[in-house]
Design a protein around this ligand. Structure first.
Ligand code: SF4
Length: 397
């Protein structure tokens, strides 16, 4: 991991972005914003999942009007996503939103953009200025675009990134002329390679905090890989101050995956259990895949970042589970459970789930009340002896 790139800092309500602040997680509601109850419920669900900031679309006056009811009912700052109507931005600002997302290229004239900037300055709220690949490529004349792609070959990607940076520079001149520096930048594409190249280029050019994202990433199954390839690479290179993973799925999944990504990279402390599990192989003698899923569901109720390992055998399991706080090693019809490196009990396959969960709850309780702080004490797991404690051959009882 490279050190985080230094940037100036902006504040989205109570959430600091950039300037050394923790990388924050954003998501966007999928409900019509004017449906107040549904939107409030979804914002709460996103906040419970770990979103620090939530964005809502405001295409119509009834949406900005709804903000007045929504804002007092939600626990996280709200960003209004404005596309074509500067009036929506002014209405959202007046309603009390904490940030505006705006593409100045979509607003009809410069005077309207200036009015939005002035209103944000008066309220002390930042603006995210974004370019998307789709807004810089030639879209009307497809033949010309194809000709350009063919002519530039491998340089087309570089050309595109150059256009995105140029467009951002053009937008930033407007903010500069208004003496407005409370800006967050984004440069999204559906192609992770372009996302990486574009953000790397803008991080070398500007010191504004960066909002990372892959646009139109698709359903979670593939969008997850696409997003992690791009965002993981950038974050590991110290680039990125706030992230939004976007799926064509329930936005709560976006937040869960963004949180896991930041946890894995050590950019946010874990607040819930971490589950590791072996991938299974021909040595497996229990239904481990079902067990892993059921353990995952049960662990959702524990609010302590203990590390739990579910392993299929005693051959490689102990080495792989080294460092786990609670671990089960399954064998034929049996499993042995370790807590902090100490063998606790041997249970039947039917008892494994509940027994493991009981040990997790007990340890989490000790962690929360003090005596078993995380990262304390030995967690090394001594390999059990095959055929004696668990594994193959089975116990003879
Ligand atoms: Fe196979 Fe055992 Fe490794 Fe699981 S822990 S993948 S069962 S060797």
């Amino acid at each position: 991991m490279l050190p985080r790139r230094p940037t100036r800092q902006v504040r989205i309500g109570p959430v600091a972005v950039g300037g050394g602040a923790p990388v924050s997680i954003q998501s966007m509601t999928s409900t019509p914003t004017h449906e107040v109850d549904a939107t409030v419920a979804q914002i709460h669900a996103l906040a419970r999942a770990g979103a620090d900031v939530v964005r809502v679309a405001v295409p119509e006056p009834r949406d900005t009007e709804a903000l007045r009811s929504i804002l007092p009912q939600v626990p996280v700052p709200i960003v209004a996503d404005v596309h074509f109507h500067y009036q929506r931005a002014l209405e959202a600002i007046a309603a009390g939103v904490h940030k505006i997302r705006l593409n100045p290229g979509n607003i009809q004239d410069r005077g309207q953009v200036d009015r939005v900037i002035r209103a944000c300055r008066e309220r002390g709220i930042p603006i995210r200025v974004g370019v998307n690949e789709g807004s810089v490529v030639e879209r009307r004349d497809k033949a010309r675009r194809a000709e350009e792609q063919a002519r530039l070959g491998e340089d087309y990607e570089k050309h595109l990134v150059g256009l995105m940076v140029e467009k951002l520079e053009e937008y930033l001149r407007i903010f500069d002329e208004n003496d407005f520096g409370d800006v967050v930048l984004s440069a999204k594409s559906v192609d992770p390679r372009i996302v990486i190249a574009a953000y790397t280029a803008i991080s070398e050019r500007f010191d504004f905090p960066l909002h990372l994202g892959v646009t139109h990433a698709g359903p979670r199954e593939t969008g997850c890989i696409r997003s992690v390839a791009a965002l993981g690479t950038l974050l590991a290179n110290g680039i990125g101050d706030t992230v939004r993973i976007s799926y064509a799925s329930d936005p709560v999944l976006e937040v869960q995956d963004a949180r896991e990504l930041l946890n894995c990279l050590g950019l946010r402390p874990r607040v819930e259990p971490e589950l590791i599990a072996c991938p299974t192989c021909g040595r497996i003698e229990v239904d481990l895949l079902t067990l892993v899923q059921r353990v995952r569901e049960k662990l959702a109720g524990i609010k302590s970042p203990i590390k739990v390992a579910v392993m299929g055998c005693v051959v490689n399991g102990p080495g792989e589970a080294e460092g786990a706080d609670v671990a089960v090693f399954a064998g034929k019809g049996r499993g042995i459970i370790y807590v902090r490196g100490e063998q606790k009990r041997t249970v039947t396959e039917a008892e494994m789930l509940d027994a493991l969960y009981e040990e997790c709850v007990a340890l989490a309780g000790r962690v929360e009340s003090g005596p078993a702080g995380l990262g304390r004490g030995g967690v090394a797991i001594a390999a059990p002896i095959p055929g004696v404690e668990a594994g193959s051959p089975p116990l003879s009882s």
